[in-house]
Design a protein around this ligand. Structure first.
Ligand SMILES: Cc1cc2nc3c(=O)[nH]c(=O)nc-3n(C[C@H](O)[C@H](O)[C@H](O)COP(=O)(O)OP(=O)(O)OC[C@H]3O[C@@H](n4cnc5c(N)ncnc54)[C@H](O)[C@@H]3O)c2cc1C
Length: 409
């Protein structure tokens, strides 16, 4: 296992966040889980943050505000935002360390809903109108790539089109499964602008205000949050978007999305999984020592001991992989293949380990009053959302076959 000892300041940061999670977030879990979100519920994080956080419960708004205040006062809120925007300028390693700690509680400390895709790609006007308010948490966004015909192959199958009309672009098409779309203030929408080039220079990213004429949403019910839809069809019926709302260069919208997905989706799914599993394993050890059957605690049984060890192996291996890859990303290396490996392991190992932990808890593991069953669904989803396990294996195998990856150590 590589040496992933943290630099002193990150070790201190980790312990600070751990302390906040222990003292502020974990005590709120039972209240949070006893109130599943309802369709008309308006409290808590909005836009993509709703589902990035896996919002499966509710708190009174003043409690969210309290957590947000702590996050802002300690600088956690914008730790990963570049310093030029007043953030902590934390690189990938700091981000995954922070993210792992935050995920140890199902009540997560809110962090800035900054659209990282906009950093270094937006115009001064876009910066003023969208990016800076989003960094402050005043605006929320959603990312619109997937479509009914375009999931695993978004570049090849995308149908949403943008056609130039004077100084405007006219967008038509349907996006699907878009997290937090209806509550977002603006959408980052990918559309085909050159059918002959598609993902190689023919897909553009647009900033679409919500509301806009011709823009509508239909909810999709998903098992992670059955009481409140957090995913939506996004219907674009000749939505007019001025040229000034093109994000980055025309034709470069696919690359913009992929760059963000590598660094901020795939890497962070790894730290999400280690954070969840670490806490779940802590809970399972305590429970296994307490629960007595046939005269002794279940922790005396090898069947249970092996499940604990299996989860421990997954956590330690995945954490090492995540931190090593984050270090490489901070050194400017191309980590696309490693990020696919992390995404794969987060979903596959995450779901197999939480499954074992659920088993250790017996019926309690299935109750909705404890985080285990919610984590089960979140980690099972990690095999599908953000690119399926099969697609990430495809990315890895392509790199292997083409000799683009060094696995000899
Ligand atoms: C809860 C949730 C939230 C989401 N949030 C967003 C969001 O905010 N924004 C957004 O744009 N999208 C979002 N998505 C979409 C998500 O990224 C896609 O669902 C995912 O990429 C898979 O696409 P698909 O569902 O179309 O599956 P498909 O592409 O239809 O795949 C079906 C099956 O075929 C397999 N398969 C496909 N191609 C191959 C191949 N070449 N080789 C082997 N197997 C293959 C897949 O692995 C899968 O098992 C979300 C989805 C969910 C469920």
């Amino acid at each position: 296992m590589p040496d992933t000892k943290l630099p002193e300041e990150l070790e201190a940061l980790k312990l600070t966040i751990r302390d906040i999670v222990e003292n502020e977030c974990i005590p709120l879990e039972s209240e949070y889980l006893s109130h599943p979100p309802q369709e008309d519920d308006d409290t808590g994080p909005k836009g993509i943050a709703e589902t990035v956080l896996g919002i499966v419960g509710t708190l009174p708004q003043e409690k969210w505000d309290h957590l947000e205040r702590i996050s802002k006062e300690t600088g956690i809120y914008t730790l990963f935002v570049p310093e030029k925007y007043g953030g902590g300028g934390m690189g990938a390693l700091g981000h995954v360390v922070m993210d792992e700690e935050i995920h140890r509680s199902i009540v997560q400390i809110p962090t800035s809903p900054v659209p990282m895709m906009m950093i270094d790609s937006c115009t001064p006007e876009q910066e003023e109108q969208y990016l800076i308010p989003a960094i402050d948490g005043k605006l929320n966004y959603a990312f619109c790539q997937t479509e009914p015909q375009a999931g695993s192959d978004p570049g090849g199958m995308m149908q949403t089109k943008a056609v130039k009309d004077g100084d405007d672009w006219v967008l038509t098409g349907t996006k699907m499964y878009i997290s937090g779309a209806a509550s977002a203030d603006f959408l980052l929408v990918q559309a085909v602008t050159d059918d002959t080039k598609r993902q190689r220079g023919g897909i553009t990213m647009f900033i679409v205000d919500n509301p806009s004429e011709g823009l509508s949403f239909d909810p999709i019910r998903i098992w992670i949050t059955p009481t409140k839809s957090q995913q939506f069809y996004v219907n674009l019926d000749e939505v007019r978007v001025p040229q000034t709302k093109v994000l980055g260069e025309v034709g470069q919208g696919f690359n913009l999305g992929q760059k963000w997905l590598v660094h901020h989706d795939r890497l962070l799914r790894g730290s999400m999984a280690t954070g969840i599993l670490t806490r779940a394993l802590e809970m399972a050890i305590t429970w296994a020592n307490e629960r007595v059957t046939y005269g002794s605690p279940i922790s005396d049984r090898q069947a249970i001991q092996w499940m604990l060890s299996d989860a421990y192996i997954d956590i330690m291996s995945l954490r090492a992989l995540v931190r090593e890859t984050a270090i490489q990303a901070d050194e400017g290396k191309d980590v696309r293949v490693e990020a696919s490996m992390i995404k794969y392991c987060a979903g596959e190992w995450g779901s197999r380990s939480i499954d074992k932990i659920m088993q250790i808890f017996g019926g309690l593991g299935e109750t909705l009053d404890m985080p285990i069953s919610h984590w089960f669904r979140l980690l099972r989803h990690a095999r599908i959302g953000g690119g399926t396990s099969e697609i990430h294996k495809y990315v890895m195998s392509r790199a292997l076959i083409n000799g683009n990856v060094d696995f000899k150590g």
